[in-house]
Design a protein. Structure first.
Length: 414
């Protein structure tokens, strides 16, 4: 038996009517990003593995176990991009011009995770990267942009959690402090965290295992382990956020699973999402590409999760699509041919329409038009052709009227 091949696990087709919501989210985001002078960058989906391994960190979950990595036919180690930041940094490092850049991207990312609600293997991120200033005001501006985006989309329950990892010296102090505090409880950590304790202790703070979470509650606040300058940076950020009216919660044990972050880190969660509750994550970072260090601030929003948080019905999604003004129904071949040229001239006038070419009975063509969500139908058969008129029916009201062919465009445009 010839079976239709299924799409790959965790990789979905996105179609009508849900596509209406996707397009609306994208358009709304583009309009908002333009207000902040961001321009779009489209990087390739396939990259060399080295673009990610160093910048995200060898021990990060993404590099360690989630990259779709393989050798191409030329023996090059390549992968499907698991996130957007590193590719943008590769581009900017190649240009040798990483100052005053404000870039955004939208597109698919790939991680070989176990799929569940809100967790896909192919998912979509809107990401922004701003490389213009070391000031905490830039961090605050990007957080405020993130706020505006979510509000623009109608996500009302987002909680912004912020923390700081300080600079690389602070990171060492944080690791030492955490090790000292967690060492007495090592035995009760899960098997993964026992390994994390040795390899990357910060990641113990991220563990969802209830036993580990209990131990983590006794861990010191990362903010208390920062040097005075890094602490002052964080305090200045909080002051800037207060000034801009951005609400946030300080979460002193928040870590992010990627190595490139320094100073500010944040996560935005939505209580409506269940276990995969992170709508977005971001922070200030330093990424080394070749000999260049690129420093910026950015975030990535998971669009599938925004869609889940919005909880729109299929009908609400459909209403976000541009309406179909008209379906042209033809009784017979002669009418169908005449309707083809009428459709062409209507489209030139900005009226969206489609000619039903099924050759089926009027009743069936009507049903097709209803299913397509058309606002009106135009009906012609030999009788209408001979009389030079079209019968136009408005589907919502069932009102019907004969209109002279030449007047149809103006009548519809009314
Ligand atoms: P991330 O936290 O790994 O950060 O991903 C950002 C967002 O992508 C998450 O908060 C989540 O909404 C979504 N996401 C991640 N994995 C999945 C998945 N398997 N299925 C569905 N959604 C997912 C980054 O990727 C950083 N590059 C963000 C960034 C940009 N930081 C600075 N600039």
């Amino acid at each position: 038996m010839n079976e239709v091949p299924a799409s790959l696990k965790g990789m979905d087709d996105i179609v009508c009517p849900e596509i209406g919501l996707w397009q609306w989210l994208e358009k709304t985001a583009r309009d908002i990003l333009a207000l902040y002078a961001f321009t779009e960058i489209r990087t390739p989906i396939l990259e060399r593995q080295e673009v990610f391994t160093r910048s995200l960190g060898e021990t990060s979950d993404i590099v360690h176990k989630e990259m779709f990595a393989f050798e191409d036919r030329g023996g090059r180690a390549i992968c499907l991009r698991p996130e957007g930041t590193a590719g943008v940094m590769r581009h900017l490092a190649g240009l040798g011009q990483a100052r005053n850049q404000r870039l955004y991207y939208m597109g698919p990312m790939f991680r070989a995770e176990n799929p569940q609600k809100g967790r896909k293997r192919q998912f979509h991120q809107l990401g922004v990267e701003a490389l213009s200033s070391p000031s905490p005001w830039l961090d605050a501006e990007i957080l405020e942009l993130q706020h505006r985006l979510l509000a623009g989309w109608g996500v009302t329950d987002a909680v912004f959690r912020i923390n700081s990892r300080g600079n690389s010296d602070d990171m060492n102090a944080i690791r030492v402090g955490l090790k000292a505090a967690l060492n007495p409880h090592r035995d009760v950590l899960c098997a993964d965290c026992k390994k994390r304790f040795e390899e990357n202790i910060l990641r113990v703070l991220d563990c969802k295992n209830p036993g580990c979470a209990e131990v983590v509650r006794s861990a010191p606040s990362m903010l208390d382990l920062l040097c005075p300058e890094s602490r002052a940076y964080f305090d200045a950020l909080c002051g800037a956020l207060d000034h801009l009216g951005v609400r946030y919660v300080v979460e002193p044990r928040l870590v992010r699973g990627l190595d490139y972050y320094e100073h500010t880190i944040w996560e935005v969660t939505s209580p409506s999402l269940g276990s995969q509750d992170a709508l977005s994550g971001g922070g200030r970072y330093g990424v080394t590409m070749g000999k260049q260090l690129l420093q910026g601030v950015g975030f990535g929003v998971g669009l599938e999760r925004v869609i889940l948080a919005l909880g729109k019905s299929p009908e609400e999604c459909r209403q976000l699509l541009p309406p179909l003004d008209l379906v042209l129904i033809s009784m017979g071949e002669r009418a169908m041919v005449a309707n083809q040229s009428l459709a062409k001239s209507l489209r030139s006038r900005g009226i969206s329409c489609v000619v039903d070419m099924s050759g089926k009975k009027m009743k069936d063509q009507f049903r097709n038009a209803l299913e397509a969500g058309a606002l009106r139908v135009l009906i012609r058969g030999d009788q209408e052709l001979d009389a030079g008129v079209c019968r136009i029916k408005t589907l919502a009201t069932q009102e019907q009227q004969d209109v002279v062919v030449e007047d149809v465009p103006a009548w519809l445009a009314r």
